[in-house]
Design a protein. Structure first.
Lengths: 320, 261
């Protein structure tokens, strides 16, 4: 668990981070979102003491971070940055094995851990283990960056715009993989991004920052339903907000049981989002969809009226 | 499949290595020929100086002169490398950054000071002989090493250093495992410049009584014997070429270690 209470950071006269408090429960994914220069990266770096905070308390698993030796603290926190920061003179396997070696694991343990991680991130050891960073594509290099951060199995993972430099297709793919990875590993993640869609897609807890302060925090749905001010609203996409909310809601949770009428032609898996359902309705000129399970067996149906009514209900009575 | 790949590699490697060592071996062989068998070229030097009583410099053997030359350059190189690299490291640390401008200026001052002037100033203090020339070489050779150490260390990307720091590496580990290996090609280039320049500059030592390959040149100028001058210059040039080509090989191997797989 990570807890920041009334934390500030000043560089000379300038206040980069101003009295922020936030709490990331164990195993949760927290995204810090904001425009550049809003203090989100500084906040992240204060957690592993790359930057020392000026005021307030940062507590990790019940203990203030000032009580930890900074080097030991960092070895138990995974860290991923935008341009990977891989060591160009080390091959992939050696890069990934860095922290375990610092922790003096035996050579065989390091080797098997590296193989395990490379497998986990879809990088075959035989093909990539001996490559050097400059021989990798941007997406591959960032996978190595994530593997390196996970190498010593830290409970906490800090990610500073990890996918910011990737092309949109690779970025989306890595976001999906990160979501899957997180569902398996349940790390406590603090993720910095300026891309609201990325944050909405990945986060359990969303923190919007501006000029060093937290403007609003809460679950992505809660923020979408009631943005605190015009700034948060514009960050959340203004008019697109309805669609973004629909993107976070699964078809399965809003379908009705099969009606007496003939089932609709268009079929949609229950795990898809309402946004995808809306898109399918527009494409197929239909206001009804048949919801199917993973074996393509119809389990219910979803109508346009239902989607609109749900949205009304959601906004009238926030569920969280 | 696997064996075929490794076979072709092992066949290819000797082919790749041969031209690499070609130049140092060639220059080295020519240097050895010149110091061990200078007298064999007597007819040539006789043609240069038909009237001189003697055309082969013989006040000391060329092997001895070469040994002394290497000794002077070697001592100066070892000291400048240690001092220069250490200074470069020190001023790029956080605790030493205040001295960065000072060190950069001092090092470039050493370069603007002509070695002859250093000798002239050093002789009254240190006396005649080998010591003043070593001091002159150290001052003169410091700049390229300090400058390149600074450039090399400052050229390591900030992201790489941040990542090293964030992974929990200690400052000494970051320096030895990340910064120095990445800066090594640039630092080595500085050492190469420094040593090659000093091989030539060391000849000045002969003017203050340090006996080395500069002796035949000075003695040739004093006695008006062009053959002596050519002999000294030839040996010094071949020595410089040998050492320079050795550095070339070293640099290429260092680069290959980083970029080859």
């Amino acid at each position: 668990m990570i807890e920041l209470s009334h934390v500030s950071k000043r560089f000379g006269d300038e206040t980069a981070v101003d009295d922020i408090s936030l709490r990331v429960a164990k195993g949760k994914f927290c995204a810090l979102v904001g425009t550049s220069g809003c203090g989100k990266s500084t906040t992240l770096r204060m957690i592993n003491r790359l930057i020392e905070h000026s005021e307030g308390d940062i507590i990790l698993d019940g203990q203030a971070i000032d009580a930890y030796d900074p080097v030991k603290l960092r070895r138990r926190i995974g860290y991923v940055i935008q341009h990977t920061g891989l060591f160009p003179h080390w091959n992939v396997a050696r890069n990934i094995g860095l922290v375990p070696r610092l922790l003096k694991w035996s050579a065989t343990d390091v080797q098997s851990r590296v193989a395990e991680l490379m497998h986990l991130l879809g990088l075959p050891v035989d093909e990539f283990g001996h490559k050097y960073p400059h021989q990798l594509s941007g997406g591959q290099a960032q996978r190595v960056g994530v593997a390196r951060a996970l190498a010593a199995d830290p409970d906490i993972l800090l990610m500073d715009e990890p996918f910011g430099a990737l092309d949109p297709i690779t970025r989306e793919k890595l976001q999906d993989e990160l979501a899957k990875l997180q569902a398996r590993l349940h790390k406590t993640v603090v993720f910095v991004t300026h891309d609201m869609d990325e944050a909405l897609k990945l986060a359990d807890h969303l923190v919007v920052m501006r000029e060093g302060r937290i403007v609003q925090q809460g679950s992505p749905l809660a923020l979408l339903q009631s943005p605190a001010d015009p700034f948060v609203e514009s960050l959340l996409g203004g008019l697109e907000r309805g669609l973004k909310q629909a993107a976070l809601t699964r078809v399965k949770d809003h379908m009705t049981s099969m009606g007496p009428t003939l089932p609709a032609q268009s079929r949609i898996p229950g795990t898809f989002s309402l946004r995808q359902a809306l898109s399918m309705m527009l494409r197929d000129h239909s206001d009804r969809l048949t919801v199917v399970d993973q074996h393509d067996v119809p389990v219910g149906e979803l109508s346009l009226r239902r989607i609109i009514k749900e949205a009304q209900l959601d906004n009238g009575n926030p569920r969280e | 499949m696997e064996t075929r790949v490794s076979n072709s590699l092992s066949v290819a490697q000797p082919h790749k290595k041969a031209p690499q060592w070609l130049w140092p071996l060639l220059w080295g062989a020519l240097l050895m020929m010149s110091v061990f068998a200078m007298s064999a070229a007597e007819p040539l030097f006789r043609w240069i100086e038909p009237d001189a009583r003697q055309v082969i410099y013989d006040r000391a053997g060329f092997v001895t002169l070469l040994g002394r030359h290497l000794f002077v350059v070697g001592i100066a190189a070892v000291v400048t490398i240690i001092v220069g690299v250490a200074a470069g490291i020190a001023v790029t640390r956080r605790w030493g950054s205040d001295f960065l401008p000072l060190v950069a200026q001092l090092a470039s001052l050493g370069q603007t000071f002509p070695p002859v002037a250093v000798l002239a100033l050093a002789v009254p203090v240190l006396g005649f002989g080998t010591l003043p020339i070593i001091v002159a070489l150290m001052l003169y050779g410091l700049l390229p090493i300090v400058r390149n150490t600074l450039a090399g260390l400052q050229g390591v990307e900030g992201d790489i250093k941040t990542a090293a720091h964030a992974m929990g590496m200690k400052p000494a580990q970051i320096l030895c495992q990340v910064e120095l290996p990445l800066a090594a090609p640039v630092i080595l280039a500085g050492i190469r410049t420094s040593v090659t320049i000093n091989i030539a500059t060391a000849a000045l030592g002969a003017t203050v009584g340090a006996s080395n390959l500069g002796d035949p040149i000075i003695s040739g100028i004093v006695n008006g014997n062009m053959a002596y001058v050519v002999q000294g210059a030839l040996a010094i040039a071949l020595l410089a070429l040998t050492i320079d080509s050795l550095f070339e090989v070293l640099q290429r191997q260092l680069r290959a270690r980083i970029s080859d797989d």
